[in-house]
Write a protein that binds this ligand. Structure first.
Ligand SMILES: Nc1ncnc2c1ncn2[C@@H]1O[C@H](COP(=O)(O)OP(=O)(O)OP(=O)(O)O)[C@@H](O)[C@H]1O
Ligand SMILES: NC(=O)c1ccc[n+]([C@@H]2O[C@H](CO)[C@@H](O)[C@H]2O)c1
Length: 200
């Protein structure tokens, strides 16, 4: 049995979940592990002096729990798919899509990823998209400029310092164009791994 881990990272509201869900529909025997599912409970996330909850850092996430889910997929992808109500095909290749804003910043997780994509959008697009989203807890006034954006710049710098093998994607391109580009690349990698021509 062969496995590939595809990482869809990027800026908040860059379109990671949208792209990952479409990829899952296109790629046989694939499933998603999303980093946003591992946020710690609000009461244990510290605040800064302005009262801003420090959510945009690895410390706000149960990365140990996320890693153990990734490990359990690696041990038995077929079982993992069934656990999630997905029926494996006869294909011997399994693909895990790991999606999240800090996946490449966590070294042990980054080390397991085979193909890395990072979705980016400019400041104004990100701020606009984020303003129409409601998180739990909701962003307080000034949160984007006071916490989210400066942390994005910091996390991104740290990521680029440790991981050069990243394909950057323009999150302003159409969903279809983004999906087609990543699918082509992933299918190529799948073919390479299988050592035979399966997709024409
Ligand atoms: N290619 C695209 N072009 C325009 N809008 C998009 C595109 N992809 C996603 N969007 C929109 O941008 C918003 C954010 O998308 P999505 O939830 O996929 O981002 P995300 O990166 O997973 O966000 P986060 O992880 O910060 O919650 C949604 O309103 C979505 O419909
Ligand atoms: N999902 C959550 O629990 C949560 C709570 C508060 C803020 N966030 C935001 O999610 C983004 C990553 O997708 C980060 O920018 C967080 O600020 C998430």
């Amino acid at each position: 049995m062969k496995t590939i881990i595809v990482g869809v990272g990027g800026i908040t509201n860059g379109g990671k979940s949208t792209l990952s869900q479409s990829l899952r529909q296109q790629i046989p025997n694939s499933c998603i592990i999303a980093q946003d599912s591992y946020f710690k409970e609000e009461s244990v996330v510290p605040e800064d002096s302005r009262g801003f909850k420090q959510y945009d850092t690895l410390d706000a996430l149960h990365m140990d729990a996320m890693m153990s889910d990734v490990e359990s997929w690696r041990r038995d992808p077929e079982w993992f798919l069934r656990q999630r109500g997905l029926e494996p095909t006869r294909d011997p290749l399994f693909v895990l899509i790991v999606e999240g804003f800090l996946i490449f910043n966590h070294r042990p997780l980054n080390a397991l990823i085979d193909k890395r994509y990072f979705m980016e959008v400019p400041y104004d697009v990100c701020k606009r998209r984020r303003s129409s989203r409601v998180y739990s807890p909701p962003d307080p006034p000034g949160y984007f400029d006071g916490h989210v954006w400066p942390m994005y710049l910091k996390n991104r710098r740290e990521m680029e310092d440790v991981e050069p093998r990243i394909v950057f994607l323009d999150g302003q391109k159409s969903k279809e164009e983004l999906l087609a580009a990543v699918c082509k690349d992933v299918f190529q990698e799948m073919e390479r791994l299988k050592g035979k021509q399966l997709f024409s």
